[in-house]
Write a protein that binds this ligand. Structure first.
Ligand SMILES: [Zn+2]
Length: 219
């Protein structure tokens, strides 16, 4: 069994906000940074941005970037962008647009510099339709950054209890649920069927876990 950094006691600071881990870090299931709420997915992404060439590939400065379900640590991660536009199909506080990633009719084709969905496509009913819409709204050369819940040891799994993370109302009213856990190679192949795409591996300094983030670019 692989021992994580948290289990071995070798816990370093959060790379998203620079705050050292709290003494009880690793005892909570979600292993979030108590200061900035960054989860392992965010810290792996940050490592890939800083040390794996992902920040250079996105080139955020000067860009207006749509972010589906923008949350606190992502404000830090993507702070270099000129503007972050928070959108969600659910009418949550702090949104700029109430919009479904599967149907972005408010956005003209070929107008968007970049679109970010951190753990979004696994919560969308029709992933193919969402990806087709992402490609449509992006400018030529525009990027789509994504992460999803995945397990490299298994094929993509459909989730039976789709309301487990967001509840029954989100599922019934907005079709927001937890639909699947991907196999990362299958996810990559799905992205590549729509746009040229590349995985970026990053290491979470707080747990030692490695995870892939995915960058797609409209030709
Ligand atoms: Zn943090």
């Amino acid at each position: 069994m692989n021992e994580t950094a948290a289990e071995s006691g070798a816990i370093s600071a959060c790379n998203v906000c620079g705050t050292p881990a709290a003494p009880d870090f690793g005892m909570k299931t979600r292993i979030a940074c108590y200061n900035c709420d960054a989860q392992d997915r965010h810290r792996c992404l940050k490592d890939a941005m800083d040390n794996g060439g992902l920040a250079d590939a996105m080139a955020l400065p000067g860009k207006t970037v749509l972010v589906c379900h923008l949350i606190k640590p992502e404000l830090r991660l993507f702070a270099e962008a000129e503007r972050l536009v928070n959108f969600n199909v659910r009418p949550l506080p702090g949104l700029e647009l109430v919009m479904d990633i599967q149907e972005m009719s408010q956005i003209a084709s070929g107008t968007v510099d970049g679109l970010i969905g951190i753990h979004v496509l696994n919560h969308v009913r029709d992933e193919a339709r969402a990806l087709s819409e992402v490609r449509r709204v992006l400018k030529a050369g525009g990027f789509f950054l994504s992460t999803v819940g995945y397990d490299a040891a298994l094929p993509t799994q459909d989730i039976t209890d789709q309301s487990r993370d967001y509840g029954a109302e989100a599922l019934e009213k907005y079709a927001v649920g937890t639909y699947r856990k991907y196999n990362p190679d299958a996810y990559m192949a799905m992205l590549r069927a729509v746009m040229p795409s590349q995985p970026y591996l990053g290491r979470d300094p707080m747990t030692g876990i490695w995870q892939q983030s995915f960058l797609s670019r409209k030709p």
